[in-house]
Design a protein around this ligand. Structure first.
Ligand SMILES: NC(=O)c1ccc[n+]([C@@H]2O[C@H](COP(=O)([O-])OP(=O)(O)OC[C@H]3O[C@@H](n4cnc5c(N)ncnc54)[C@H](O)[C@@H]3O)[C@@H](O)[C@H]2O)c1
Length: 246
């Protein structure tokens, strides 16, 4: 049997960190060899690992990128809510090492991404687009990274201006709006609905995650896949073999 892929887990004390540890306990192909949370140095923990998995906070990305670039380790970024500058940092890092960046590691949500692309192509500009997401009360960023990915998929098809919620005398809806709405409460793991509202009919595509294990299993799959890949920025669709890369 091949040696297990050695993982340094960043954000190990959080909800996703704990789900990753649990998933890794049942996966002989990966081993968590080191774990960091807020305040812990990434070095020297990174030295004994093949890949870093990050489920912490967007502000951790600078130190993580510096360490993986210096030591040439692969990186899986599950954290969401990065600023444009932090996103640019991830892209710079991906010129030195292989990086998987995914707003959502679940197979079902990656199917939702594909279905959203197809429905957008089929229905065209007569359909108004709205995205609704709901997460637990402790989530720190809004809208969710997954809602932003869904919006970006549709923005590749036609010119759309994101509108985050509505309040007051906002006037009639403009044809080029894409409404994005974030609901927070309870212990909801993650719900996403894409609404295509057309004349006389409405299509809604909904995904509901009921357990963080689906994200954890996907992130471990990404970690196994990314070790040994050439430097570059990869998506979960690359991991799942859904994209053609020249
Ligand atoms: N990509 C996906 O599939 C997916 C799924 C679920 C959550 N997420 C994202 O993962 C991130 C974590 O989610 P969560 O629900 O586990 O959050 P959480 O708040 O429960 O856990 C975050 C952990 O990171 C630690 N942390 C914060 N700043 C840190 C730093 N600078 N260095 C090291 N550790 C630090 C915290 O102490 C905490 O233990 C969020 O950005 C969330 O949106 C992504």
């Amino acid at each position: 049997m091949n040696k297990p892929v050695r993982v340094l887990l960043v954000g190990s004390g959080g909800r996703m960190g704990r789900a990753i540890v649990e998933a890794a306990n049942g996966d002989a192909a990966v081993e968590i060899v080191a774990a960091c949370d807020i305040g812990d140095p990434i070095e020297p923990a990174i030295l004994g690992s093949d890949v870093v998995i990050d489920f912490s906070h967007s502000t951790a990305i600078g130190d993580i990128c510096a360490a993986v670039s210096r030591h040439k380790r692969a990186l899986v970024v599950g954290t969401t809510g990065h600023s444009p500058e932090q996103r640019a940092e991830i892209e710079r890092c991906a010129s030195a090492v292989a990086v998987v960046l995914a707003s959502n590691f679940s197979i079902g949500v990656n199917a939702l991404f594909w279905l959203t692309r197809k429905a957008g192509e089929m229905l065209g500009p007569d359909f108004d687009l709205e995205i609704v997401e709901m997460h637990h009360r402790l989530k720190k960023d809004a809208p969710s990274g997954t809602a932003l990915t869904l919006s970006q998929i549709l923005q590749k098809q036609r010119k759309l201006t994101p509108t985050h919620g509505r309040e007051g005398q906002v006037g009639e809806r403009k044809a080029d709006e894409i409404g994005i709405h974030s609901i927070r409460g309870g212990d909801v793991v993650g719900d996403h609905t894409v609404i295509f509202a057309g004349p006389g009919e409405r299509l809604e595509l909904t995904h509901r995650a009921t357990s963080r294990q689906t994200f954890a299993a996907g992130a471990l799959r990404a970690a196994r896949w990314v070790v040994g890949q050439a430097p570059g920025l990869y998506s979960m669709e690359d991991v799942l073999g859904l994209t053609d890369r020249k």
